[in-house]
Ligand binder design. Structure first.
Ligand code: SAM
Length: 185
């Protein structure tokens, strides 16, 4: 299994981007999303709302101690991959990481990530050596890890399924949505 740990979330300014980290985790085939050190009901609520409508059963937790979580993950035999532009190029390590066949905790930061994570990580992986975004970094890592197959995932408990269309929006309703749920997006 693959879990994503979001480190350094600042509720005042990171709500949208942290929500996107969670949405990418779900859509690109991760199994869990952990919001480290803080509880932000808005972020968690937004991710859950997407899951209610579009399916998936991403495990979600928040407010855990990030450092302890990472150490416990390793103690249980999983590996830790920290995404950072300072790390080793993804092309040089992704086959090795995939080949290990172990549970993976992917750590992504917000602003500055403390040295602890660089040191505790089994792999510090760079999605190229330019600064960009945790959302982009996570998406590319998962895409390379799954070799593109994750974009064909379907979520069995979805209430809505998109019917691909060259123009406009076609959505098939599989089950009724709860009262008050919007079908705007
Ligand atoms: N300047 C910050 C630092 O030194 O850690 C990076 C901030 S960046 C906006 C937020 C997160 O995006 C990083 O913690 C990292 O996880 C991810 N990230 C950004 N660029 C990356 C890259 N080229 N490769 C891998 N991860 C990247």
């Amino acid at each position: 299994k693959i879990y994503v740990l979001r480190y350094g979330h600042r509720p005042g300014r990171d709500k949208r981007i942290t929500t996107h980290v969670g949405l990418v985790a779900r859509a690109f085939g991760a199994h869990g999303f952990i919001l480290g050190d803080v509880i932000d009901e808005k972020v968690i609520g937004s991710i859950k709302k997407v899951m209610e409508r579009w399916g998936g059963n991403l495990y979600i937790d928040a407010g855990v101690d990030s450092r302890k979580y990472v150490l416990e993950w390793k103690r249980r035999g999983g590996i830790v991959v920290h995404l950072t532009m300072y790390g080793l190029h993804i092309d040089d390590v992704i086959d090795e990481i995939r080949g290990l066949n172990k549970d993976i905790l992917i750590v992504v930061g917000a602003e500055k990530v403390p040295p602890f994570f660089y040191e505790v990580a089994d792999y510090n992986v760079a999605i190229g050596h330019q600064p960009h975004s945790e959302v982009a970094a996570l998406a590319v890592f998962l895409d390379r890890f799954y070799m593109g197959k994750e974009l064909h995932l379907s979520f069995p408990n979805a209430k809505l399924i998109i019917v691909p269309s060259p123009r406009g929006k076609k959505v098939k309703k599989i089950a009724e949505e709860e009262e008050g749920e919007s079908t705007k997006d």
